[in-house]
Design a protein around this ligand. Structure first.
Ligand code: NDP
Length: 271
């Protein structure tokens, strides 16, 4: 049976094994997909050991996405743009690296009938998650993509890196005078139930997306709802969407995400 792994630290919480096993069963495939805790100073050796034991591919989550990129012999366009890799394929030609996070996000937004082409998009946060989705969002040809970050200089660095006329960096005070069609929270604020300093007027009638997900609505999505957001969406679909893209890279078939999403939502309900 072909072997796959997800590397991370922490890793116990990872839903990747259940997601990939479910995809495999709906696609009539049999795979062995496990999770493995790694450490920054053993990550490269851990990956090489897995390859030596016949591993076909691996997902990589925090904090190893940049290290994973360094190991690759070949990188996809998205991985190069993101500066990080979440999908490794071990082939006779070497290690291939891709980053499917951004495609997972875009797929999920489109699955929720969110129009990205021509949209005024606000991307909150300037960390790895934000960087990983910029290129796939720009590929949808939005009207504009503004990055807002607590530390403005980090948003400016991203703008300098991507060099695209639709891309700007703003600070939170500037969100008061702007309107957006789609707001994507790629900060980690929801992990500590805190709210970024976004102007409430910016949220009115916007589609609001939080990359964080859980059994309950995040503090950000609750707040957006109260401010009159048009639609609120959590990041579970992005998680399943990026996994579906990885699965397609490894197995050549894109699985249906709906049954897996329903299963995970049910698991959240049951606690
Ligand atoms: P990083 O640590 O690299 O970046 C965190 C970002 O959040 C920074 O821009 C930081 O701002 C900002 N931030 C943190 N706290 C606050 C706050 N209270 N107010 C405003 N801004 C804040 O994290 P990542 O980019 O790797 O991940 C971000 C989030 O995305 C995480 O919660 C992660 O779980 C989620 N994620 C979800 C995925 C999915 O599939 N659903 C995939 C990938 C990530 P500053 O620069 O000023 O410090």
């Amino acid at each position: 049976m072909d072997k796959y792994l997800v590397f991370g630290n922490p890793i116990e919480q990872s839903k990747s094994p259940i997601i990939h096993q479910q995809f495999a069963s709906t696609c009539d495939q049999r795979i062995d997909y496990q999770k493995q805790l790694s450490e920054p100073d053993t990550f490269v050796a851990d990956v090489n050991t897995f390859i030596a034991h016949g591993g076909k591919g691996a997902n990589v989550t925090a904090p190893f996405k940049e290290q994973a990129m360094q190991m690759c012999d070949q990188l996809s366009v998205d991985a190069q743009a993101a500066g990080a890799v979440n999908t490794l394929s071990f082939t006779d030609g070497g290690i291939l690296g891709d980053n499917t996070d951004g495609r997972g996000l875009v797929d999920d937004l489109l699955a929720h009938n969110v129009t990205l082409t021509g949209a005024r998009i606000l991307l909150m946060g300037a960390g790895g998650a934000s960087r990983g989705v910029i290129s796939p969002l720009l590929a949808q040809n939005p009207d504009s993509l503004a990055i807002v970050n607590r530390t403005l200089s980090k948003a400016q660095l991203l703008v300098d890196h991507f060099q695209h006329d639709k891309l700007t960096a703003i600070d939170y005070s500037q969100t008061q005078s702007k309107r957006f069609d789609v707001i994507i929270n790629a900060t980690s604020a929801s992990l500590s139930a805190t709210l970024p300093d976004l102007a409430s007027s910016a949220v009115v009638d916007a589609v609001c997306y939080d990359m964080v997900y859980g059994a309950e609505l995040t503090a950000f999505l609750k707040w957006c709802q109260q401010q009159g957001a048009r639609q609120i969406i959590d990041g579970l679909g992005m998680l399943v969407g990026q996994a579906a893209q990885s699965f397609a890279i490894w197995h050549g078939v894109k699985p249906d995400v709906a049954p897996v999403l329903a299963l995970l939502r049910q698991q959240f309900k049951e606690g």
